[in-house]
Design a binder for this molecule. Structure first.
Ligand code: SF4
Length: 287
């Protein structure tokens, strides 16, 4: 069995600190199910309270790259990560931005590399890596759009194992990866432009994922998994750093999710320069 230990992620375009459950957790669960394997899910807060790790393969999801103050759970520290790795005798896999950039030390200090404490430190998508590993060969790669669609639905059930389920759990929903400013290099400190041209999920894929989460009993949602929500499927991408908001696509998405009558539906991450350049279009979205 595989144990997925959620060390909580907090990235500029993805939140997974309780009461939020990150999409990465769900994609990993979906990839494991797709490969025909079983998993248990445990959060770092549960581990702190003494819950034992039962699996023979341990996947640690970690990566708080944004300084934050949290009320319901603290992301895994480097010291905790070391302790867990030292005591676990099976295969250890580190995924998430802690694998990509290292563990954050805080206060503007440099990142610490955790790679030497694990068997695999996955730089691309943890879900795709696990799927490959469980099928015989470890390959560090990004998930395809088809996998994204499949795993986001297959993994929805893991939400039931979250300590905050059903309330006050909030499922973070991702609409795309990358940044519309990639072709000029974007902001110097940011990694999103490295994904090159943004890869958008289609509305129906996102809606299917939300439906699967609703069927699993999730009632609260945040559409926060993107660098700018108003740039979702925007027009003029690759020509302007401020492409025109696609009001129809955004409306379709929000209206379809609203029809499922979530208790909470909110959005996060809108680039102010898009609002400033497209005032009327932005108003249409918020009306
Ligand atoms: S605008 Fe793009 S490059 Fe700049 S911080 Fe946002 S996502 Fe990163």
């Amino acid at each position: 069995m595989i144990t997925l230990l959620d060390g909580f992620v907090d990235e500029p375009s993805c939140l997974g600190v309780p009461p939020y459950i990150s999409p990465y957790v769900r994609y990993i669960a979906g990839a494991i199910r797709d490969a025909g394997e079983k998993y248990e899910y445990i959060t770092i807060e549960e581990w702190r309270k003494g819950r034992k790790i039962k699996g023979d393969v341990l996947v640690i999801l970690a990566g708080a790259v944004v300084p934050g103050r949290y009320l319901r759970g603290m992301p895994i520290s480097f010291r905790e990560f070391q302790e867990i790795c030292k005591n676990f005798k099976g295969i250890k896999i580190l995924v998430g931005s802690a694998a990509r950039y290292g563990f954050r030390r805080g206060g503007g200090k440099s990142f610490i590399d955790g790679g030497r404490y694990v068997d695999y430190s996955v730089k691309k998508d943890g879900d795709a890596f696990l799927y490959e590993l469980l099928n015989g060969e470890p390959v560090d790669r990004l998930r395809t759009k088809t996998e994204w669609r499949r795993w986001s639905v297959l993994g929805a059930e893991i939400a039931k194992q979250h300590p905050d389920y059903p309330q006050p759990l909030i499922a973070e929903i991702e609409t795309y990866r990358g940044c519309v400013r990639w072709f000029t290099g974007g902001c110097s400190f940011c990694i999103e432009p490295l994904f090159r041209r943004p890869l958008f999920r289609d509305e129906d894929e996102i809606i299917k994922e939300v439906k699967a989460l609703v069927a699993a009993g999730v009632v609260n949602f945040r559409i926060g998994g993107q660098s700018c929500f108003f740039s979702y499927k925007a027009k003029g991408i690759g020509e302007s750093e401020c492409p025109m908001p696609n009001v129809d696509a955004i409306k379709r998405l929000l209206e379809s999710i609203s029809k499922m009558q979530p208790k909470v539906l909110h959005i996060d991450n809108v680039n102010p320069s898009i609002v400033a350049n497209w005032e009327e279009k932005s108003r249409e979205i918020t009306h």
